[in-house]
Design a protein around this ligand. Structure first.
Ligand code: ZN
Length: 138
């Protein structure tokens, strides 16, 4: 696969991308108020602590489709067109919004609330981004 724009980890997001490369989804929990922040910022948006000292915890990756869009033209992605992007509400963290490609394909019939499971798209060696697959299928 070539042509992908690869994520560039910075100090804040490095643990996130690190986990992704191992096909694990980890989210930042503020050590002051325990709220999840995604993506993490230098301050906690919930309790406004300037020392959130984030703790990264793995999430189950089960979620439900909140909305979706078919991408027919893309200037950024190296994915084969068209593809489907789903906006997923995680069962564990309903306030976290995760967007990823639906592996099942652009023609997948979707209904609001469909169950999906987290998987990953490998973009390059050691670089992966979250993606989703319809639950109960592989
Ligand atoms: Zn906080």
């Amino acid at each position: 696969m070539t042509g992908h724009i690869l994520p560039v980890p910075d100090e804040m997001s490095a643990p996130y991308w690190d986990a992704c490369s191992r096909h694990e989804l980890k989210l930042a929990h503020c050590s002051q108020c325990a709220k999840v922040t995604h993506p993490p910022d230098v301050t906690c948006p919930n309790c406004h602590s300037i020392e959130p000292d984030f703790v990264w915890k793995q999430v189950s990756g089960h979620g439900r489709v909140r909305s979706w869009t078919v991408i027919r033209q893309s200037f950024l992605s190296g994915f084969e067109l068209p593809f489907l992007l789903v906006d997923v509400e995680l069962d564990d963290h309903p306030d976290v919004r995760l967007i990823g490609r639906l592996i099942d394909g652009a023609d997948t019939p979707l209904t609001l609330g469909d169950a999906v499971t987290l998987t990953f798209d490998d973009l390059a060696p050691g670089v992966a981004v979250p993606a989703f697959v319809m639950a109960g299928k592989s």
